[in-house]
Design a protein. Structure first.
Length: 338
């Protein structure tokens, strides 16, 4: 398959991407929150439970893995990338080395990981990955994000994307404007627009084939500490408008990050975006917590009750799958008993 074909499959209507690429540290915090010890065996057990769920075949187009997970073998002796492929889903890999303090700044971040990336991509391709992910983060404050932060992260994202495509894989380009802070929804719109314009400018300079990428942006939301919540309709309208004005037509689609939204909020907002979508872009999801949180809590109660854990995960995946086609209904949430 070409990268253009893979990218289209990743944003197929009715399906979305499971972000299971939490680093060992992040996964440790998630497990600690449900009073489970974070060790390799437990991390694999939880992820394998999700990867063997029925919804992998119907609602999940791809899975982003962490370096530890892509090298692991399931309890039945199957390599994890093979397990994912058997379900009809595409294995992917997180390749950035995390956000570090930007030189010359007191509080802004630059994502690192370009050194040795070409060699790592060759290895990940052999291990079965067919797409990659790199996340850049931008905080909103009175003077942030600075031009330095916007330009430096866009340049790194573009260099990463070019190297990934060279390895015959699809880059997920993830510029995340964080929800932290007390900013308005209009300020989020303004910053996200600047960030996306600079990202696509750098992708063009670096000769990245836009038909072979997937964009993973934030939705347009007010800051988590802003006094007034925005309506679903306003979030959808501003998000769609922002993308129409900044995203080149060659990009096959968008897989939104959930970025601190609750499970229901992330589903509801995506559904509303697809309700009013008058473009040729496909809008889907690439959720971590917003797909896994309820399943994680169920798993923590009884790790051996695989059916109950998978039932909870399958419901969430199905709801998000429906939202990619504007077919989600609130009553289906209320009728579900985990």
């Amino acid at each position: 398959m070409t990268i253009e074909e893979i990218a289209k499959l990743m944003v197929t209507k009715g399906k979305g991407i499971l972000a299971a690429d939490e680093s060992t540290g992040t996964m440790g915090k998630r497990l600690k929150s449900v009073n489970i010890e974070s060790n390799e065996k437990n991390r694999l057990h939880f992820r394998e439970t999700l990867f063997t769920s029925d919804s992998m075949k119907t609602s999940i187009s791809g899975v982003i893995l962490y370096d530890e997970t892509i090298r692991q073998t399931s309890s039945k002796g199957v390599l994890i990338p093979e397990l994912i492929k058997k379900s009809g889903s595409i294995p992917g890999i997180k390749v950035d080395k995390g956000a570090k303090l930007l030189a010359g700044s007191d509080d802004e971040k630059i994502t690192e990981g370009l050194d040795g990336l070409r060699e790592r991509m060759e290895e990940y391709y052999k291990l079965g990955a067919r797409f990659a992910k790199w996340r850049a983060v931008y905080s909103i404050a009175s003077k942030n994000p600075s031009e330095q932060c916007i330009k430096a992260n866009a340049h790194a994202l573009a260099r990463y994307a070019a190297i990934v495509q060279e390895a015959k894989m699809v880059p997920i380009v993830e510029p995340e404007v964080l929800m932290d802070g007390g900013h308005t929804i209009d300020r989020c719109y303004e910053v996200t627009s600047k960030v996306l314009i600079e990202c696509f400018n750098e992708l063009k300079i670096n000769n990245v084939n836009l038909k072979g990428i997937v964009l993973k942006p934030n939705m347009i939301l007010p800051g988590a500490n802003y006094k007034q919540k925005a309506s679903t309709e306003e979030i959808a309208s501003k998000t769609l408008d922002c993308l129409k004005k900044t995203m080149p037509k060659d990009v096959p689609g968008v897989a939104f990050l959930s970025g601190g939204q609750s499970e229901i909020e992330a589903t509801k907002n995506l559904n509303e975006i697809n309700k009013i979508n008058d473009t040729n872009f496909n809008f889907t999801f690439s959720y971590g917590r917003a797909l896994q949180q309820s399943a994680l809590k169920t798993w923590a109660k009884s790790m051996k009750d695989l059916k109950s854990i998978q039932k909870v995960f399958d419901h969430r995946a199905k709801m998000n799958g429906a939202s990619t086609e504007a077919k989600w209904e609130e009553k289906n949430e209320q009728n579900f008993a985990a």
